[in-house]
Design a protein around this ligand. Structure first.
Ligand code: AP5
Length: 254
């Protein structure tokens, strides 16, 4: 675990980000009093990653983002990426979904992260009904039920404003916003001093595709999880702390 400036700790998520035989440097050895297994749903840019970070610091569960796996793979030398990961990069930059088979293969390879006694926060997975059904099977086989599915909701104009102002650290991947969450020094990461960049898929043409793909492929998951009694819809307006408090009141109070 990596100590942060506010004294909290952050798991390095090595097992999730790298897969294969790579292990986290300091995984939890025994379960916390309450183990949370949550899925974060919502349109691109609604703030899932920001909430996952807060939830992770406070609940102890790891943020398991499929998008982060692809972005980590992007930093590998070309020969080090499998052909499936190589193809995934292209889908991602265009704003298209990576094919279900590729995503599911990657998640299955990392199923020990789903068994982890620290719980998990799935961010950006599942994203299609086929992925949600496969996750159901995987969790049943591991005997680890979901606690809840958090569905973050925000009007489209605010989503576009969040995406167009997002800046991401090229080194540690921390997320900022040019006006809502600016770094202390312009274009420099507060945490590691890395250069802040705009994600390739935050360009307007890719954002348009991502929104269409969300409506067509991911929105049906709201109904899927509502029918299973797991869905909690949370208004994603306000500051990250206000949204966290709303999440706590609606979904974490049980
Ligand atoms: P992924 O990385 O999952 O991206 P996404 O779902 O599009 O979500 P984002 O990371 O864009 O946004 P977010 O909701 O996390 O918002 P954030 O907290 O950063 O996926 C990327 C791509 O990978 C996909 O398009 C696809 O190609 C591929 N992929 C990944 N998983 C896949 C899967 N399962 N199947 C198929 N393909 C897959 O916030 C956004 C901005 O707003 C930031 O600047 C932040 O600082 C700011 N902000 C956050 N909260 C607030 C607030 N409360 N007030 C003001 N500003 C805020």
């Amino acid at each position: 675990m990596r100590a942060k400036s506010d004294g909290s700790v952050k798991n390095d998520r090595l097992a999730w980000l790298k897969g294969g035989e790579v292990f986290c440097s300091n995984p939890p050895l025994r379960a916390a009093a309450r183990v949370w297994r949550l899925v974060l749903l919502g349109a691109p840019g609604v703030g899932k990653g920001t909430q996952a970070e807060l939830l992770s610091q406070r609940l102890g569960a790891c943020q398991l983002s499929t998008g982060d796996i692809f972005r980590t793979a992007k930093c590998l030398a070309q020969g080090e990426r499998s052909p499936a990961l190589e193809a995934a990069m292209h889908y991602m930059v265009a704003g298209e979904l990576v094919p279900d088979d590729t995503v599911l293969g990657i998640v299955r390879e990392r199923s020990r992260c789903l068994r982890c006694c620290g719980g998990f926060l799935l961010d950006g997975f599942p994203r299609t009904v086929a992925q949600a059904k496969a996750l159901d099977h995987l969790l049943k086989a591991e005997n680890v039920p979901l606690t809840a599915v958090l569905n973050y909701d925000l009007p489209i104009e605010q989503i576009v404003a969040r995406l167009s102002g997002r800046r991401t650290c090229s080194k540690c991947k921390a997320v900022f916003h040019v006006t809502n969450m600016p770094p202390r020094v312009k274009d420099v990461c507060d945490h590691c001093g890395g250069a802040l960049i705009q994600r390739e898929d935050d360009r307007p043409e890719s954002v348009r595709v991502r929104m269409e793909v969300y409506e067509k492929s991911t929105r049906p998951l709201i109904d899927f999880y509502q029918k299973r009694g797991l869905l909690v819809t949370i208004r994603a307006e306000g500051s990250p702390e206000e949204i966290y408090q709303r999440t706590r009141a609606l979904a974490l109070a049980q």
